[in-house]
Unconditional design. Structure first.
Lengths: 242, 326
């Protein structure tokens, strides 16, 4: 469904993403992990149209979408959320979600109904009248998810929706994401919380210093020496084995 | 809409309709100016308040409107009513052009505000120097007080026209609070990146809103020219008009339906009150104009203490809630 080939993106002299490739197939939940500064968010931004890739190609359902602006990519069925949540602060949760829901139709009644249904799906039905600014961290993460979902995507890019949540909130949101996937939305997520990665993802990609260093099942990845070294430093795998 | 709000609206409407029959002529004139200022304030509010694209140079649209209809009338012999839509089209076109140039260049916030200020100044200087505006001499519209000329002998009609414009602008703002276009504008104001991610073509929406705002403001320019029958570059493109539109909206509440009207009422009241005080208190005789000093203090207080304007006080006290949207 999503095909990324040899994508590179530099900022000045720094190669943030270096010839990274990945595939997401219809119906999967795929995780993208890697140490801080590995380039995960940059790769996401390049896929979703926020950065124009220097080289490489992004295709959605076989259609080349490299370098298209975000709103066109969103209309094509792929939408991202932000690691640093970006709520519309001075409007209600309902109005926040309606902004996404309006993508499908200019009808206010329909958008409202869809927004309320999506809010229920992510467990925000009791917060519809709260202002975006008044939400807790967990609430903001859910709102990011809800707004994106309201655009009716086929592929959802989630950038660290669990960062900053406590363990019980993580359990809740894992269930929400499972529900979304079950409803037919394909998910690609960046995540640091390994407990969530192992319980959600069927396949995992590992990015380190801009390069894709491994791909596999969550269990396989955890035992991959190159991945362990990426996180813990050179020689760490040997020490751990000993 | 709660019964209380509906009651207030009906009462306000009825009071405005019978008002000119109850008061002397100069008070009719003051109220006319108040509605007119609320109207051009609303044109600013649509782009500056709802969409968050703060402009310091809305006078550019006002002036383009005033000059377009005046030139069409004086130089080309058009009827003033016919010239009115032409001036709106011109204001819209200038809004569209300024938006395309500045938003294509990625100007935001204070940079956008400065570029609009620069546009207004360029237009003022152009109007001062090119031939077809008659330069600094300004342009006189020949007085011929017949309704078909958009000139009225009895000031009651110009009052009702200003009132009608104000109502139209309120309806436009109300429509923005309940339409997709309006929701998108607010999303752009609150967070452009998030808006973009959710499928909004930010550039196009911003161009659309500045086109609408420019057309509205130009309609105000024509109205002004028809009322005073004279314009010159500093009346039409001067910074005063830009500030006036911004001020009433900020004082009343940017991004709210009634903000510009409430701000205009408040500033008109202050204006008259200070004029009365200045004439009654000998010590203040030479402090001219006192109203500007009070405006300044008021703006400071609003920005520091009440960033959502007087409307937020009203919403909290009368409606018993905090939301800024109706």
């Amino acid at each position: 469904m999503l095909e990324v080939r040899e994508l590179s993106k530099s900022f000045g002299g720094l190669k943030a993403v270096d010839k990274a490739s990945l595939d997401v197939r219809q119906g999967e939940i795929v995780a993208l992990i890697g140490p801080n500064g590995a380039g995960k968010t940059t790769l996401f931004a390049a896929i979703a149209g926020f950065h124009r890739p220097d080289t490489g190609r992004v295709a959605l359902d076989g259609r080349d979408i490299t370098g298209l602006p975000p709103h066109k990519i969103c209309a094509a069925g792929m939408v991202r959320t932000f690691q640093i949540t970006q709520p519309f602060a001075k409007i209600s949760v309902r109005d926040n979600i309606m902004v996404g829901a309006y993508l499908a139709s200019p009808d206010r009644g329909l958008a409202r109904k869809l927004a309320e249904a999506v809010a229920a799906q992510v467990g925000m039905e009791d917060q519809l009248d709260q202002m975006g600014a008044d939400l807790t961290v967990a609430g903001r993460k859910r709102l990011e998810l809800a707004r994106a979902l309201a655009t009716g995507p086929r592929l959802l890019l989630l950038d660290e929706v669990m960062a900053g949540l406590n363990p019980s909130e993580i359990v809740d949101i894992v269930a929400v994401i499972k529900g979304i996937a079950k409803a037919g939305v394909t998910v690609l997520l960046i995540e640091h919380v390994m407990q969530a990665v192992t319980s959600l993802a069927e396949r995992v990609y590992v990015l380190n210093q801009g390069r894709m260093i491994a791909e596999g099942t969550p269990a396989g990845i955890a035992n991959n020496p190159e991945v362990v070294e990426a996180y813990l430093g050179h020689g760490a795998a040997k020490v751990l084995r000993a | 809409m709660t019964p209380l709000v509906r009651g207030l609206l009906v009462f306000g409407f009825a009071a405005a309709v019978i008002y000119p029959f109850l008061v002397p002529n100069y008070l009719v004139n003051i109220a006319m100016l108040m509605f007119f200022t609320a109207f051009i304030g609303q044109s600013w509010n649509i782009s500056g308040g709802f969409a968050g694209q703060t402009s310091f140079g809305h006078a550019v649209f006002f002036g383009v409107g005033a000059y377009t209809s005046t030139i069409l009338q004086v130089t080309h012999g058009w009827n003033a009513w016919l010239a009115w839509p032409a001036s709106m089209a011109m204001g819209g076109a200038v809004g569209c052009m300024i938006a395309m140039l500045s938003f294509r260049a990625g100007l935001k916030g204070s940079y956008f505000a400065l570029i609009t200020l620069a546009f207004a100044e360029v237009f003022r200087i152009l109007a001062n120097s090119v031939g077809f505006t008659r330069g600094g001499l300004g342009m006189l519209i020949k007085a011929d007080q017949r309704p078909e000329n958009f000139q009225f002998k009895d000031s009651i009609w110009i009052y009702y026209l200003a009132f009608a414009l104000c109502i139209v602008s309120l309806l436009i703002a109300w429509q923005l609070t309940r339409s997709r276009f309006g929701a998108r504008l607010v999303a752009i104001r609150e967070n452009e990146d998030a808006a973009r991610a959710l499928g909004i073509d930010v550039f196009t929406e911003k161009v659309k809103v500045l086109t609408l705002s420019g057309a509205m403001c130009a309609a105000g320019g024509t109205f002004y020219a028809q009322k005073y029958l004279y314009i010159d570059p500093s009346i039409a493109f001067g910074i005063d008009k830009s500030v006036e539109m911004l001020l009433v909206t900020m004082v009343g509440g940017a991004g709210t339906i009634f903000g510009p009207l409430i701000g205009s009422v408040a500033l008109t009241f202050i204006n008259e009150a200070t004029r009365w005080v200045a004439s009654a208190v000998p010590a203040l005789k030479n402090v001219q104009p006192l109203s500007l000093i009070v405006y300044g203090i008021m703006l400071m207080l609003i920005v520091a203490r009440l960033p959502d304007g007087l409307m937020s006080l009203f919403a909290a006290k009368v409606l018993g809630r905090k939301q800024r949207h109706a």
